[in-house]
Design a protein around this ligand. Structure first.
Ligand code: BES
Ligand code: MN
Ligand code: ZN
Length: 502
């Protein structure tokens, strides 16, 4: 999707040579100063005749209104004009502009006060509404709206929001593409190839390790998950170097299970196809790197993706088996379906070598997180208040929300094992938290945070598909970090968190 930012007065907006206009209207109706202007006149009349009600996303669809170049003009209310309201309004407006004749669209902000965040939200909403997965569905109709002109009173005021919006859309669509692909079109090898291709962009570098190298690293936990699969595992290491050479990087770790059958602790058949999305964390790391390549912020970022399938087989790891992780800690695998933590723990140990300023893992980790937070907010876990706060506010700013959950040590009780340093599961109660407690045993002194995106990475039902989340959150966090002077990570013993502050 091509975006263009233009300074437009209300008079110029009506003259924009596009197939359709989406006009954002504030709840405080503009008093018509120049009643002879097509746009202000149309809005004033629509409001006066109560054809355009107030309230976010209320809309009026007009065909060939007088004085407009565009033949379809949709007026939509943006309520308080916040980014969240703009996103809702644009999503609703896009629903009225589905005719195949619409290829070029104008989104008009000229009547409302515009911010960077509003422009970015509108661009993402345009992209989301027209996104179409086609890779394994040749009969699918690719998006018809290919060009979007964002018209604002003064383009210079929102240039930054526009640039971030463009990069974010690229990143989200990259993540959606890979997460949507079925497991036979997104194997660990294929993910490695996609990462390698990204690595050819300026400032980027990718290394892809195979089973032998992973074995040499001593990643016994990761290896044990891959044992049941004929697809060889991959450990993807990506670098984006936009900062000073000695600037400590942010490390992003993405769960890359390209298909999760549960292994020997096999899952029920219903909806098992959705476990192709179990590499949503990996997809979000790839998408974030794609966005970094566009924006080129001054920061260093490392992306780590442990990737394999979780399959049942004669060779597969069995319940009760004990494996040795790269950290040296042993793990009794009581449930082979709790495999995400088994691949992530070795990647977290590996992350320490980069002396990172922070490590954030992103994983479709637990069904319990879906029960706790649904599809609205991702689960956020961190013993570091500053890191938790930075991620939470990046989520708010980018409209990609998360919610902090606690990490009290008592939650780790159930991970005790008679046969290893720990078990990999701890019963059903507080399942998202006990999973995070497991990972924390490998993060040690690192400034670490964990995002459980099991509920937010994809949608089920008729709209089944990847959401591309949490690329917006991650990108915003990295941009915020790029503005913070890069100080080397201070290894501080994480204090036990007693209460979760949101
Ligand atoms: N990939 C799943 C988590 C998941 C489940 C994501 C449902 C989205 C929807 C993960 O590997 C898993 O199977 N977790 C188990 C853990 C349990 C065995 C402790 C779960 O949540 O049931
Ligand atoms: Mn599983
Ligand atoms: Zn899984």
């Amino acid at each position: 999707m091509d975006f263009e930012l233009k300074s437009l007065s209300t008079a110029q907006a009506a003259q924009l040579p596009v197939d359709a206009l989406l006009v954002l209207v504030p709840d405080t109706t503009p008093t018509v100063k120049s009643a002879d202007q097509a746009l202000t006149r149309l809005v004033a009349q629509a409001v006066e005749l109560k054809d355009l009600e107030s309230g976010v996303a209320k809309l009026l669809v007009c065909y060939r209104p007088e004085g407009f170049k565009a033949s379809r003009v949709t007026l939509v209310r943006v309520g308080d004009g916040s980014a969240a309201s703009v996103r809702k309004a644009v999503a609703a407006g896009m629903g009225s502009l589905k005719q195949p004749g619409i290829q070029k669209l104008g989104v008009v902000f000229s009547l409302i006060e515009t911010t960077d965040d509003c422009v970015r939200a509108a661009m993402q909403a345009c992209a989301d509404a027209t996104y179409c997965y086609t890779t394994t569905k040749p009969s699918a109709k690719a998006r018809t709206i290919k060009q979007v002109v964002v018209g604002v009173a003064k383009a210079g005021d929102v240039q930054r929001g526009f640039e971030v919006g463009k990069a974010q859309v690229v990143g989200v669509e990259f993540a959606k593409e890979w997460a949507n692909r079925p497991a036979n079109h997104a194997t660990p090898t294929m993910l490695g190839e996609a990462a390698r291709k990204l690595g050819r962009k300026p400032g980027m570098k990718t290394d892809v390790l195979g089973p032998k190298q992973v074995e040499a690293l001593g990643m016994g936990s990761f290896l044990s998950v891959a044992r049941g699969s004929v697809e060889p595992l991959r450990f993807i290491v990506m670098h984006y170097n936009g900062g000073a050479k000695d600037s400590a990087p942010v490390v992003l770790v993405g769960k890359g299970i390209t298909f999760d059958t549960g292994g020997i602790s096999i899952k029920p058949a219903a909806d098992m196809d959705e476990m192709k999305f179990d590499m949503g964390g990996a997809a979000s790391v790839l998408g974030t790197f794609a966005a970094l390549a566009e924006l080129k912020p001054a920061i260093n970022v490392v992306g780590l993706i442990p990737s394999c399938e979780n399959m049942p087989d004669g060779q597969a790891v069995k319940p009760g088996d004990v494996v040795t992780s790269m950290s040296g800690q042993t793990i009794e695998i009581l449930n082979t379906d709790a495999e995400g933590r088994l691949i992530l723990c070795d990647a977290l140990t590996y992350a320490a070598r980069f002396k990172p300023r922070s490590v954030v893992d992103i994983a479709t980790l637990t069904g319990a997180c879906v029960i706790a937070l649904g599809g609205v907010r991702s689960g956020l876990f961190s013993a570091r208040d500053d890191l938790a706060q930075a991620l939470a506010s990046a989520g708010e700013k980018s409209l990609d929300l998360c919610w902090r959950l606690p990490l009290d040590d008592e939650y780790a009780e159930g991970l005790k094992s008679n046969f290893a340093d720990m078990g990999n599961v701890a019963g059903r109660a507080g399942g998202a938290i006990t999973a995070a407690k497991f990972l924390q045993k490998f993060a040690n002194e690192l400034p670490w945070a964990h995002l459980d995106i099991a509920g937010t990475a994809w949608k089920s039902g008729a709209a089944k598909g990847s959401t591309g989340r949490p690329v917006p959150l991650l990108l915003q966090y990295l941009l915020d970090q790029a503005e913070v002077p890069a100080k080397a990570a201070q290894p501080v013993k994480p204090k036990t968190q007693r209460s979760a502050k949101a």
